[in-house]
Design a protein around this ligand. Structure first.
Ligand code: F6P
Length: 540
């Protein structure tokens, strides 16, 4: 079947299902959960609360075949230069399979580089690598932004129960408040600064890195500061210029994108926090998902199904935004991490061939940990005018035995997807009020406000416990989901030209902002803002 024909066929399935409420779909099929949930080890993906059925799923799987998702996936694993605009292979999968055989220049360095940065992590943790002035490194500050921040920051928080190394802090924003607040209370004599930047040219990171080096030097002297610096980058020329000693520079390769780099030395903050063994377990969990993605039959293949559900929501159910709600406090940074992973990857308006896309691409991704989210924006997800599909994530087991906290957390998670799917009809609402003795006039007035439309889709990912391997597999699952969506939209998920223009303009504007005068020819709004900021700077 051609891709166009498969797309049309999926559209017909969507039209058929749009007329049916999720209540009906569940009523028609008592086996719906069994039919539409999938397992990968202890990870359960429940798709039964999506607006899908066997017919729609079949059409989506046919669409994946017509788009040759399997062929595109193999091209990635074979190391073909699928990042067409930069002529690069895309082999983050190689970083979690150091003993595998990948075709990328430098691949042979993957295993020794991993051994090296994990050995360094262990040396810092044990005190074998220690501050020259004595004692230990009690604190590590990772300076990086985007992919050089979000992955390790998300993972370090996620694996808090495994922390037994130095305290790890993250600084990303060029706003001096970020560095100032992070360094407050830290002692330069016991602090290790990691400068993490794939390019080692990023304005924010290099500005923060210079200020942090000054902070070290103010107490330890220029010569003393060096031992407190390490760098992670693909640009070894620039790390040398910055003055980081070679033995503390950890490289990676241009065939690993920034937002896919937590598996490399960019993950050093995580290794420092949880140790080499747990870091290796994190990689092993991701590798297991890679193997599953490569070998599981399409109808059982979790990343493929998640990607197809993503396309279904976006292109056939017209959802323009998706919420990610982990009922797992330690995954609080997951939505931010997924924002970069998915929106920087698939926020594209032209196809790989450079033509305007004919269908909508990446939705807006946002979210917050539950139950907090219930008390802020869930009102809109339940009763707002837009339908916003939700990914729920939850662990069946807590790390801490703390009364009934965890069962309450789970009950809330399951209740939310239940309320979204089934809602509460006007008849049910009216009957409840009648039972409470409200007069008919009040019942009529309040019923529209108290009705829940339901029929709002969600997927729940449920796992035994958030351990390093499960975290690795969840991240790899979302990476491959993003890949599947890109394959169906025919966009290049591995470049990010859209972030360049703002960076260029900021560099051009900088002298004007310093002087308080926009460059000649600037538009009136920009000139007005520059002048107003200059005037406001004088007010205190
Ligand atoms: O501005 C976007 C971006 O290029 C991201 O893709 C990247 O993760 C981030 O900046 C940081 O880049 P670097 O690691 O080179 O400092």
């Amino acid at each position: 079947m051609s891709f166009a024909a498969a797309w049309e066929a999926a559209g017909r399935e969507a039209d058929r299902l749009k007329g049916q409420h999720l209540r009906q779909l569940f009523a028609q099929d008592p086996e719906r959960f069994a039919r539409l949930s999938r397992r990968f080890g202890d990870l359960l993906a429940d798709f039964s609360k999506e607006k899908l059925d066997a017919g729609a799923l079949k059409a989506l799987l046919a669409l994946a075949e017509a788009a040759d998702v399997a062929g595109k996936r193999e091209a990635m694993f074979r190391g073909e230069p699928i990042n067409l605009t930069e002529g690069r292979a895309v082999l983050h999968v190689a970083a979690r399979d150091p003993s595998g055989s990948y075709d990328a220049p430098g691949f042979a360095e993957v295993a020794p580089t991993l051994d090296r940065f994990l050995a360094f992590a262990e040396e810092v943790r044990s005190g074998a690598y220690a501050p020259p002035t004595g004692g230990r490194f009690t604190d590590v500050v990772n300076i990086g932004i985007g992919g050089s921040d979000l992955g390790p920051a998300m993972a370090v928080r996620a694996l808090a129960p495994y922390h037994d190394g130095p305290r790890v802090h993250f600084v990303s924003n060029v706003d001096g408040a970020h560095l100032t607040d992070a360094l407050k209370g830290l002692d330069p004599a016991h602090t290790l600064i990691l400068v993490a930047s794939k390019t080692f040219t990023t304005l924010e990171t290099m500005t923060n890195a210079r200020s942090a080096r000054d902070w070290l030097a103010a107490k330890l002297g220029e010569a003393g500061a060096g031992a407190h610096l390490a760098a992670i980058s693909t640009n070894l020329k620039e790390t040398a210029k910055f003055g980081v000693e070679d033995s503390r520079v950890f490289g990676f390769w241009d065939w690993i994108g920034g937002r896919y780099s937590v598996w490399t030395a960019i993950g050093l903050p995580l290794a420092l926090a949880v140790g080499a063994e747990n870091f290796r377990a994190f990689l092993t969990g991701a590798k297991a998902m890679d193997d599953h993605f490569r070998s599981a039959p399409p109808a059982e293949n979790l990343p493929l199904l998640m990607g197809l559900v993503g396309i279904w929501r976006r292109n056939f159910m017209e959802a323009s935004s998706v919420a990610v709600i982990p009922y797992d406090e330690r995954l609080g940074r997951l939505p931010a991490y997924l924002q970069q992973l998915t929106m920087e990857s698939n926020g594209k308006r032209v196809t790989r061939g450079g033509e305007a896309v004919k269908v909508a691409t990446c939705p807006v991704v946002w979210g917050e940990a539950g139950t907090n989210a219930q008390h802020s924006f869930f009102q809109l997800i339940h009763q707002g005018a837009d339908v916003i599909p939700v990914d729920f994530l939850a662990a069946a087991q807590a790390h801490e035995a703390l009364g009934d906290h965890h069962v309450k957390l789970l009950a809330n998670c399951f209740a939310q997807s239940q309320a979204l799917a089934f809602g509460k009809t006007p008849e049910e609402v009216a009957a409840e009020m009648r039972a409470k003795g409200l007069p008919d006039s009040e019942i009529a007035r309040l019923t529209p406000h108290r009705t829940f439309p339901g029929d709002r889709p969600s997927t729940t990912l449920l796992y035994a416990i958030l351990d390093p391997a499960r975290l690795g597999s969840l991240i790899a699952l979302y990476e491959h989901k993003t890949f599947v969506e890109a394959a169906l939209w025919d966009v290049n998920a591995f470049d990010q030209w859209g972030v360049e223009l703002g960076k260029e303009l900021a560099v051009k504007l900088l002298p004007g902002v310093e002087k308080g005068e926009a460059p000649a020819g600037a538009d009136s709004s920009t000139a007005g803002l520059v002048a107003a900021a200059a005037a406001l700077r004088e007010t205190r």
